[in-house]
Every structure is written in C-alpha cells, then in structure tokens.
Design a protein around this ligand. Structure first.
Ligand SMILES: [Zn+2]
Length: 241
C-alpha cells in the first residue's frame, strides 16, 4: 500500500530566488524579525516562514524516503494566499507557485501530486487559474483559505467558482491562512492556530452546507484540512440549531 501525505506545503523556490539580495517577488520581500527568523513581507505584513521552507524537491524526497512516505500531495504555502493584495499581484504569485508545483509533478510523477493556489478575490481570475491548473499544469485541484477577506464561500459571488470546480471534477482543499476566528478573542498560547484552525474549518463546512453550495453542486469534491476541524463534534448541533 502506498503512503500518501495529502498535507505537504511548499514555499516556492521562485520566492527564495527572487528575494535574494533584497529583491522582490511580485512586491513580496524577505526580512528578519526581532528574533532573527527569516520572514516574508506580504503587503506590509511580516510573517514568519515555516520550518523547512527552503526545501528543494530533492531535499523533500530525501525526507520522504527517511519517513517511508511514497507521495506528497504538494500544496502551496498559506502565507502566500495574497487575497488582500491587488488581484494582478496575486495572479502573478499564483501562476509562479503553480508552475513550480507543476514542474515537480511532471518531473517526479510517482512521488508528487499537486494543488494550486488561486486569486480568490477575483472570481473570474480564480476560475481561469483553476482551469489552467487542471488542463495545462497537471495538478489535482487547489488549496484555498476558509474565507476571502472575511467573506465566507456561501456568498453569491463565489457560486460561479463552485460550479466551475464541480464541472472540472477538481479537488478543493480548505486550509486557514493568517488570522482565524479565535484571533480577536486571544492571541495567547498559540490558540489562533491550534484552536482557530479547527473553528474556521467547522464554519466553512456549515456555511457551504447551510448556504446551499453543496446542494447546488452535489458532485463538488472538497477536503477540509486538519480532520475537518470541529465539524464532526458540531454536526448534530448544526443540524438542530
Ligand atoms: Zn497546513
């Protein structure tokens, strides 16, 4: 039986290359924070880069081999969703990142499958990039946040996206990025991440179901990262109010 890791992020090499020597990657830059950790600067916000963010595909393969993992479904770095930036910038960063994942998938088809990232603040552009991911890049689908600048995916402007995703038969993988619903309550103890992710995922499930997206697009394939968050605990309550 093959072992497949479906939650394996990639901070693209194109970002590292472009930001060498103070350069920028479609306006994104690199800096060090007060603790000396390397950070990405995205739209003026500094965000720490994840561990192993500099992995090359070869280093990733060596790590997979050491762990007995046969396949990574490589997904983009959630810090580069860039939904709050100008859509033209996000189209450019999405295309670069998706092209890089595509090269990995095509070079090591037995070891890598791929998910893209999309400019979700511009629905027609997001649909166009999703179509490119599937028809030209050989990716399996895309990873998106639980919301777009606070707007959940039951909002009517996203309905064409869901119809397109259903028609393409593609997988949409939900994964938080940045602030979560817990962030305004407390930032202590890492709770915006450790609890907030799971809260956000339950809200995504509830809004897609109660908002009629799953009824309208019954063949839509979605995956809620982190085990669906608190969905399985809350589903009865969501049903009965
Ligand atoms: Zn993740």
């Amino acid at each position: 039986m093959r072992s497949i890791d479906v939650h394996a992020h990639l901070t693209p090499q194109c970002f590292w290359r472009a930001t060498e020597n103070g350069g920028d990657w479609h306006t994104l830059r690199r800096d060090k924070n007060a603790r000396g950790q390397e950070c990405a600067v995205v739209g003026g916000r500094q965000q720490p880069l994840p561990p192993r963010a500099k992995w090359t595909p070869e280093e990733r393969l060596a790590d997979m081999d050491s762990l007995g993992v046969d396949v990574h479904v490589v997904s983009p770095y959630s810090g580069f969703y860039n939904y709050h930036l100008d859509a033209a910038v996000t189209v450019a960063t999405s295309q670069d990142s998706n092209n890089e994942v595509s090269t990995m998938v095509k070079t090591w088809p037995q070891r890598f499958a791929g998910l893209g990232t999309l400019p979700m603040q511009d629905v027609p552009a997001a649909i166009a990039e999703l179509e490119r991911c599937i028809s030209q890049l050989g990716l399996k689908g895309a990873m998106i946040n639980d919301h777009v600048n606070g707007r959940t995916f039951d909002e009517p402007e996203f309905r064409p996206f869901w119809r397109a995703a259903e028609q393409l038969g593609t997988l949409i993988f939900f994964h938080q990025g940045g602030e979560t619903l817990v962030s305004p309550r407390t930032r202590r103890y890492h709770l915006p991440n450790s609890i907030g992710n799971l809260v956000d995922r339950a809200v995504t499930f509830a809004t897609l179901v109660s908002g009629g997206v799953m009824d309208e697009c019954p063949d839509l394939k979605i995956c809620l990262a982190h085990g669906g968050g608190y969905t399985c605990y809350g589903i009865g309550r969501m049903d009965r109010g």
